[in-house]
Design a protein around this ligand. Structure first.
Ligand SMILES: NC(=O)c1ccc[n+]([C@@H]2O[C@H](COP(=O)([O-])OP(=O)(O)OC[C@H]3O[C@@H](n4cnc5c(N)ncnc54)[C@H](OP(=O)(O)O)[C@@H]3O)[C@@H](O)[C@H]2O)c1
Length: 273
């Protein structure tokens, strides 16, 4: 584990901030003393303190601005303009500002913060909450290689992380951001097939979920393509081919591709508004 000596302050101590902070501590990347968070909601502060024992939690953002080397804006996009107006003139050039808010561009962040602020925009996804996230980030023009490496380490504590150009973040939103919902739909449908053919609901859901997890793990660990892995389990005249034929008849695979395309287009529209 590389030595990470910087302090990280979360503005917004909601679900995402809690998951990231817990990941950083549980992975051994940081100690609780390096973390700090702020949130106006008492419930959020209590939940954060429960999940990350011993961490300092405040009800205003000033302590974050005063103490953190890395400021993570973990708030909803709707409150971003107010928070940026509030903190804009207090951010210093020693601090890296990271936003995880969906749809808030580097340009919007730069406009509200001092000239040449070091900025990174992140698109995480909900499986970060269970340490299996897929996150992508893009850096602003003043962010350094060290900044990128720091945020990579933080995000790696809750899953996998990739750096992309900012113009790819809408597609990332359509694929890994919205993707968990598409996979839930697939798991639900697989389980329904199981119950329709006589399995108890609970067992069908567990089998469907573990099958999705196992198949994903096969793709990630064998280095084989999904097509090659599919071929390995498909024998002529067998059960899998019968299932795949039914899937093809209903254009099931194309429907998933279209879901990613539609979600990406919606992300592009939202970014323009
Ligand atoms: N959850 C995900 O999987 C996911 C995935 C991708 C991106 N994101 C992005 O991550 C961000 C955080 O999501 P989340 O699910 O963690 O949201 P969340 O649980 O609602 O957390 C946001 C917290 O910020 C607090 N807050 C509101 N105004 C504030 C202010 N002025 N200063 C400090 N804190 C303030 C909120 O308090 P109140 O509730 O009182 O308003 C809330 O506790 C969002 O922008 C979202 O787009 C989340």
């Amino acid at each position: 584990m590389p030595e990470f000596t910087k302090s990280v302050g979360f503005i917004g101590a909601g679900r995402m901030a809690t998951a990231l902070a817990r990941g950083c501590v549980e992975s051994g990347l940081m100690t609780v003393g390096q973390l700090i968070s702020a949130d106006p909601s008492l419930d959020a502060r209590h939940a954060f303190a429960d999940q990350v024992a011993g961490v300092a939690v405040f009800d205003t953002n000033e302590p974050i601005l005063a103490r953190a080397d890395i400021i993570v804006l973990a708030i909803k996009p709707q409150v971003m303009p107010d928070v940026l107006a509030d903190i804009g003139n207090q951010v210093t050039e020693q601090q890296l500002v990271v936003s995880i808010a969906a749809g808030v561009t580097l340009k919007k962040l730069a406009k509200a913060l001092p000239t040449d602020s070091r900025l990174i925009r992140v698109m995480p996804n909900t499986p970060c909450l269970v340490g299996e996230g897929a996150s992508c980030f893009s850096r602003g023009s003043s962010a350094t290689d060290e900044d990128a490496e720091d945020i990579r380490l933080v995000l790696e504590s809750v899953g996998r992380v990739f750096e992309v150009a900012e113009n790819q973040l809408d597609a990332v939103t359509g694929l890994s951001g919205s993707g968990p919902a598409f996979v839930y739909k697939m798991i639900e449908a697989l389980a329904q097939g199981g119950t329709q053919m006589g399995l108890p609901e609970e067992l069908a859901l567990e089998l469907a979920s573990q099958t999705a997890k196992g198949a994903a793990q096969m793709v990630l660990t064998t280095g084989l393509s999904p097509a090659a892995l599919r071929e390995q389990v498909t024998s002529p005249g067998g059960t899998t081919v019968a299932g795949l034929e039914a899937l093809a008849k209903l254009e099931g695979a194309e429907a998933f591709r279209e879901a990613v395309v539609a979600a990406t287009k919606r992300s592009q529209e939202l970014g323009e508004s």
